[in-house]
Design a protein around this ligand. Structure first.
Ligand SMILES: Nc1ncnc2c1ncn2[C@@H]1O[C@H](COP(=O)(O)OP(=O)(O)OP(=O)(O)O)[C@@H](O)[C@H]1O
Ligand SMILES: [Mg+2]
Length: 173
């Protein structure tokens, strides 16, 4: 039960919640592939974001479908993966999970204050003011029927990874 029946874990949460950090460490711990969801944006969306324009949901559907296709591809190749992707809305997650029981959602749960502090300390990343507010406005926390693994991010990276692994081992597939 649990971890060995999963093909992919989607590590989700608002900007600065620790998706890249945690997904990378979790993948290393499990010996799984780390996949950065941001790399699947089509070139037109990358150009749009570079020009400072926000993406619309219509921009996001092909991106999310591309990540779902990568999950299918890796799973078929016998390569389980940990995917970092904000996946703030239910509709986004439904595309990523696409009815697969072996794709599990990992929700990085934390307060705005905690995350704002981490973002302020993060180097090499430009963060427009107000972005965190808009992220929290957009966030639709995963519902019980999504069988999310929810972890508090008010802990060390090691502690968070341990919590995820423990919860995965304890839950049915
Ligand atoms: N548990 C933690 N304790 C302390 N610092 C952390 C923790 N997790 C992440 N950080 C730090 O918080 C900052 C944000 O983390 P990270 O870049 O992984 O978030 P993200 O969700 O991938 O953000 P984005 O959506 O902008 O890509 C980084 O500087 C990271 O080093
Ligand atoms: Mg990131």
């Amino acid at each position: 039960m649990g971890i060995e029946t999963a093909s992919a874990l989607v590590v989700m949460g608002v900007s600065g919640s620790g998706k890249s950090t945690i997904a990378e460490r979790l993948a290393a711990r499990l010996g799984w592939r780390y996949v950065d969801g941001d790399l699947f944006h089509p070139p037109a969306s990358v150009a749009k974001m570079s020009a400072g324009h926000p993406l619309t949901d219509d921009d996001r559907w092909p991106w999310l479908r591309a990540i779902a296709a990568e999950i299918d591809r890796l799973s078929a190749a016998g390569t389980p993966a940990v995917v970092a992707c904000s996946a703030l809305k239910r509709a986004y997650r439904d595309i990523l999970v696409h009815g697969r029981n072996d794709v599990r959602i990992v929700f990085l749960d934390g307060t705005k204050d905690l995350i704002a502090g981490r973002l302020a300390a993060r180097r090499g990343h430009f963060m427009p003011p107000g972005l965190l507010d808009s992220q929290f406005r957009t966030l639709e926390s995963p519902q019980p029927d999504e069988r999310p693994i929810t972890v508090s991010i008010d802990a060390s990276v090691e502690g968070i990874v341990n919590d995820i692994v423990r919860q995965l081992e304890a839950t049915a597939p």
